[in-house]
Ligand binder design. Sequence first.
Ligand code: GLN
Length: 487
Amino acid sequence: MDLQNLSFKQTRHLLLDKQITAVEIANYFLARTKEIDPKIKAFITITEKEIIDQAQRIDEKIKKGEKLGKLAGAVMAVKDIFLTKGIQTTSSSQVLNGYIPQYSSSIYQKLIDEDVMIIGKTNTDPFAFGASTENSGYFTTKNPWNIEMVPGGSSGGSAAAVAADLCHFALGTDTGGSIRQPSSLCGVSGIKTTYGRNSRYGITAMASSFDCPGVFARDVEDIALVTEITAGLDPHDATTCDIEVPKYTENLKKINIKGLKIGLPKEYFTGSIDPEVKEKVLNAAKEFEKQGAILVDISLPSTDLGIAVYYILIPSEISANMARYDGIRFGQSVDGAPDIVSYYMQTRGKYMEPEVKRRILIGTYALSSGYYDAYYTKAAKVRTLIKNEFVEAFKNVDVILAPCSPTPAWKIGAKVNDPLQMYLADVYTVCINVAGVPGLALPCGFNNQNLPIGFQLIGNFFEEEKLFSLGHQFQQFTDYHQKRPQL
Ligand code: GLN
């Protein structure tokens, strides 16, 4: 049976109707991944044994008439920065080559408890530092729509795996855009949740006050279902909130588009934006207008400070978080260093990728006693300004609609030797992380070279339900999310 064009929901019906077994589903995805992945290189590890074990467990439950988890029948890929007990977790850095975690991240565990099947661990920029997967210590993932192009990043492996139908959904993290930007470049959907909505426990930390785990899928309905399971208070993560998790999947039609006010921030449609991206994103806004929404021009004046603020604050947090990879507590280490200082220097010098070193250097500099007030404190103050502008905007509009990326996917190699150009690719995503609000990326068309273009719906704090409802309805009156690359 060809499962390629089926959503998780449709696949689950087949499983429950006994038209297919979990082992057959697992074998279908394994065969497809083995055939397609060598072309796009989405995976660092394919978990053949685990997926078959899980599938057999599900079939056993069905045979015995036992209750099935909500995700029985679903195949999931996991960004390689989520700890998965007993399965290698590299964070796409040579530092963690061969590292087998002793425990699992909370979110992954919640999904396993609902009978999800894991197909493998996906490539990313090392520790999620990047926008194209080219910084990975292993290899570059290719965009399924055109294998000469980047898939975006850092969660490019997860986005590519969904775009190529190698799984039903994939886990990622978004610290400055790493779910929304690769979604946009690969033509899939993805949610960056409100900071504190999904637990960060057991995910290698990038910048702890920014990191937001989330999920990629083709259909918003699948994203809503997964988020309904992952979201909520986690005793292991003190920044998760004790705010009730709505039944997202039951409320997908809840928001009435008629009369809904959608803000279009002028700063996101000027400057370096590619004309085709601008046109397609504005067309998406017009699709909502046709359904009765009211488009409102708004301004988020500090948007142009976003990149500067982000690239001071996140390296600062990174420089602290990376201290643990010293070859003693975690990570690979060199042999034969004459003393402890040389041991650290040689170990970190040998195994850390250039972008990892760059961020540690920038962060250590920004936090050093002579510069702390000039850089870190200033950036932290502007962070509050940016956040307040979102809070103000949401007094006048229900959601904000904006592009995710100023351009479609670019050629592999085009920016990799120019870190500043790479950082500028994040211009439309970082402010949402600086503020901490949620954003849902959705595909909205293609450029003249058949490369996908996406947009994001940005909501107020903890308004994922609204975003899912609007995203789902958008996918009912458009069909961009159903388009598939030729592979
Ligand atoms: N591209 C951004 C960066 O390099 C975002 C990374 C992320 O969200 N993990 O920092």
